[in-house]
Design a protein around this ligand. Structure first.
Ligand code: LLP
Length: 402
């Protein structure tokens, strides 16, 4: 790790292909070969990771036209992808219809005319799954809970019957399944079971709700340990759901993001120094909230370990970055071995929602990313240059007098 940091600089994201593929295999074992795994691109949309996921036989869960463009830029087929999103735009729908995907996850009535028009223009019936909002509590952070009726996602069960009928009336649309996504970082099996029960009860309400239905997309959200608890028991989820799905002839679709890439990545950062203030010992590092936003945004806890030999004595510190906000911390009140300027620290389980949520706040360049495959480490994203930071603000020759 120290050699990677020396070569590519810090802050640096480092990913392990073996860890990613290992997780994919665990899901295959749990859900069976017939299940369709769609990696949630938003968790980490690096083109090289997308290529690795495709090479291992998985499809993708998309939520924007930009993510579709990433698949195309990575040179991977879109046919095995599903497309969710609470406010899809016409151009995104048209682009995905043209590219050809497995199905759209429809989140409201307003999408139906857009989907039908795109289908008619392309001379094809558009396959849709209805994203139901089963009003199930996922027991996760409020910002990443999506399956409660007060959330903006999906269609409430009491309105979904009318939407199914509207789809059935539309010649350019074909209902192929149901979708739920309850939230992210779930650690309990029960919400998945409760959601399927509500969906089957809904489907049993009328024949038209079952006709042509071949897929059940149970969403993602599979939680990982983060060093502070158990990961979700994916075998238990599969065992609880598969008998019902088999009985109905519904192919399972899963949309894991974090579960595949979270533990496969770390963020390596350099210690810049220390500062004592009040009762707190601050360790100042070169990674900040713009590089890894999760602690600031969700009070998320990521384990941090020294890279290389650690001093025998530990003390309680706040690990903070250079950004001008008190919310800029990677860890608070954490016991860490004594470290010196120049030492490297690794923030663990940073592969998901780290690089993909990074920003340029404080005019900081987003980190470089490296993918380790066996004994080879490849640079899969260069560190941004300062020129890139302001490229869109110079040489502007357009004026407008409204
Ligand atoms: N499917 C849909 C429709 C989603 O909205 C999401 C995540 C996933 C699948 C994948 O969820 P996962 O398996 O990764 O939990 N930035 C937050 C997480 C936001 C998740 C948004 N949707 C975080 O850093 O915790």
């Amino acid at each position: 790790m120290a050699r990677l940091a020396e070569r590519f600089g810090t802050p640096l994201y480092v990913y392990s292909r073996a860890a990613l593929l290992g997780r994919l295999q665990r899901l295959r074992t749990a859900f069976g070969a017939a299940a369709h795994i769609c990696y949630a691109v938003k968790a980490n949309s690096n083109l090289s990771l997308l290529a690795a996921v495709h090479a291992a036989g998985a499809g993708f869960d998309l939520v924007s036209g930009g993510e579709l463009r990433r698949l195309q830029a990575a040179g991977v087929p879109t046919a095995g992808s599903v497309f969710a999103g609470v406010a899809k735009e016409a151009w995104e729908i048209e682009a995905a219809v043209r590219a050809g995907i497995l199905f759209f996850n429809v989140e409201s009535e307003r999408e139906l005319p857009l989907l039908a028009a795109a289908g008619a223009a392309a001379g094809q019936r558009v396959r849709v799954a209805l994203r139901l909002n089963p009003d199930v509590d996922a027991g996760t952070h409020a910002y990443i809970s999506t399956g409660k009726k007060e959330n903006k996602f999906g269609i409430a069960l009491d309105r979904a019957g009318a939407v199914v009928e509207a789809i059935a009336r539309e010649r350019s649309l074909q209902l192929v399944g149901y979708h739920v996504h309850l939230g992210s970082q779930l650690r309990q099996v029960d919400p998945y079971v409760a959601a399927l029960q509500r969906v089957t009860a809904f489907a049993d309400g009328a024949a038209v709700r079952r006709e042509g239905v071949t897929h059940y997309d149970l969403g993602g959200g599979f939680g990982i340990g983060y060093g502070t608890g158990d990961a979700l028991d994916v075998d238990a989820v599969a065992q609880a759901l598969l008998p019902t799905l088999r009985e109905r002839g519904w192919t399972p679709v899963v949309e894991p993001g974090r579960y595949l890439v979270g533990d496969a990545g770390i963020l390596v950062t350099t210690v810049l120094g220390e500062k004592h203030q009040g009762a707190t010992e601050f360790v100042l590092v070169d990674a900040a909230m713009n590089d890894l936003m999760r602690p600031a945004l969700y009070q998320a806890v990521h384990a941090i370990v020294p890279v290389g030999p650690a001093a025998p004595t530990e003390r309680t510190v706040d690990v903070v970055g250079p950004v001008c906000e008190t919310g800029d911390f990677l860890a608070r009140g954490r016991s860490l071995p004594q470290c010196r300027t120049g030492d490297l620290l690794a923030v663990l389980a940073a592969g998901a929602y780290g690089a993909s949520m990074a920003s340029n706040y404080n005019s900081r360049r987003r980190p470089a990313e490296v993918l380790v495959s066996g004994a080879t480490a490849s640079l899969v994203r260069r560190r941004e240059s300062f020129e890139q930071l302001f490229a869109n603000e110079v040489d502007l020759h357009e004026t407008f007098h409204p």
